[in-house]
Every structure is written in structure tokens, then in C-alpha cells.
Design a protein around this ligand. Sequence first.
Ligand code: DAK
Length: 258
Amino acid sequence: LMPNNLLIEGRDSGVQVLTLNRPEALNALNTELLGELSEALDNAEVDPEIRAVVLTGSQKAFAAGADVDEMASRDLVGILEDPRVAHWERIARFTKPMIAAINGFALGGGCELAMHADIMIAGENARFGQPEINLGIMPGAGGTQRLVRKVGESLAMHMALTGEPIDAKRALQAGLISEICQPELTLERAIQIGHSIASKAPIAVRLTKESVRKANDMSLADGQRFERHAFTILAGTADRQEGLAAFREKRKPRFTGQ
Ligand code: DAK
């Protein structure tokens, strides 16, 4: 089935580009869009051709948040049984590298979605914010959790309690994003990063992502133990042998994913 709110491209190059495409609502994340996105990621998860995913929006908006109209139609039980929660969980579970290429507004659920990516890069025109407080609500897709881990408590509190957005420069300074680009080049740069990752040994990439993520949920000692076990697992891969041999033979490695 063709998705209504998502463009899916680039699978054959190893880097799949998912473009949020609901321009009439600045890519507001309604249930349908989130369902299409989580399904696309589930498909990418099991497709060996796809080594990395780039998630992007338009020049004007990455995503302006949850769909306010849809949210307004839900009462307490409606929120409790909200189908979007399952979609968010599927997005969070994705094990391949995901790069967010952000231009324009990344607000509320849009900022939270961007923070589900492993690498965030943004155009100079990007604006990041958690404006939920202005609507009498609060972040609901990890905004109070991931933002603190990425930018620290002081700036996270400032953003979540005032709703004031920050610009790309501030986001870079705070460590929310890893690079700033000219807006026309953000997507191209994200794809380039994706290709760089796609050229590495897939099992090493997977375990590296998993291990870095553990840093947020584990003590240093437990995280380091996890890292050592992951490192040990790699000793059983053909790609490790290939990578080490290629270095010593001064040639490029040919990784097979084995
Ligand atoms: N929802 C629905 N429509 C939206 C929208 C949104 N979030 N944001 C923009 N639009 C629509 C506008 O209504 C407008 O539609 P028309 O009037 O043309 O029909 C169109 O997109 C263009 O927007 P504007 O005319 O407002 O454009 P401007 O350039 O003047 O302003 C803006 C851009 C981004 C500053 C403004 O649109 C704005 O403030 N948007 C709302 C931003 C916002 O408050 N976002 C946070 C929403 S709350 C949860 C998961 C997630 C969440 C909650 C729970 N669980 C899993 C439990 C997340 C909550 C949120 O994100």
C-alpha cells in the first residue's frame, strides 16, 4: 500500500530516505503518518539492502508536532488507548542507524521524533522546541527524557517550561545536533553520512549503536560490560577479519555482513 504522508526512496543505494510529506499541516504527526513511518521502519529493519535511514521533512518544517486537531478529539480514555503510543515504540526500537535531516520547525512531537534519530543535523533555519506547555499539556513522546539527556537539565527545563524554541546554532552548542548546514544541503549531507555508515561492517554498526544507546540507561560499569560483550561478539565475524586484513594489506575492506 502506498503511504499517504510519507515518501520512501533510495533503498537500492543502501540509504533509505523517508520524507515526511504532509505539507498542508507542516508535517504534523497524525496517527496515519506515524503508522506509515513505523511501518516503513519495520520494513527497513528486515531489509538487508538498507544500511541506514535518513528521516527528513520539508524546507519549512521537519514536523510541527502532534496533530493538534486530532489530539483535541481525545479524552482521557482516548489518550490512554492512543494507538500512536505503539507507533512511537516501534520507531524507538529501530536498530539501524537513523539520521535526521532537519530544516525549519521541529516542535513538540517533531522535536521528539528528531531525537529518536541517532544523528541529528540541521539547516541554519531549523527551530527546535517543546511548545506543549503553551497548550496546557506537556511532552508525551520522550521530550522530558531525551532532551535532558541530550542538552542537560537547565536548557531542557527552559525549553519545556517556557515553550521557547532554540535555533540551530544554539542546538549545536548544546549538543542536540552534530552539524549545521545550509538548508538546501541538509538532506544531501545526511545521505552522505548515511553512505559513510553503509560502507562499514553491518554487525559492528549495529552493536555500536546498541552500545552507545546503553550509555543512557546503564551505569558506567554495566555499560562498559555491555560494550565488552559486544566487542567480543564481533570477534566471531568474518567482517572483523576482513577489516583487520584490509588495513594490513593497505586496501579497502569488502564487508559482507557476515
Ligand atoms: N497540528 C495540526 N495542524 C498544524 C500544526 C499541528 N501541530 N502545526 C501547524 N499546523 C497547520 C496550521 O493549522 C495551518 O493550517 P491551515 O490554517 O493553513 O489550515 C498550517 O499547518 C500552516 O501553519 P501556520 O499557518 O500556523 O504556519 P506559520 O508559519 O504561521 O506558523 C508554526 C508555524 C509552526 C509556528 C505554527 O504552525 C505552530 O505553532 N504550530 C503548532 C506547534 C505546536 O504547538 N506543536 C506542538 C503540538 S503538541 C504523545 C506523543 C506526542 C505528543 C503528545 C503525546 N503520546 C504518544 C502520548 C506531542 C504533542 C505535541 O506535539
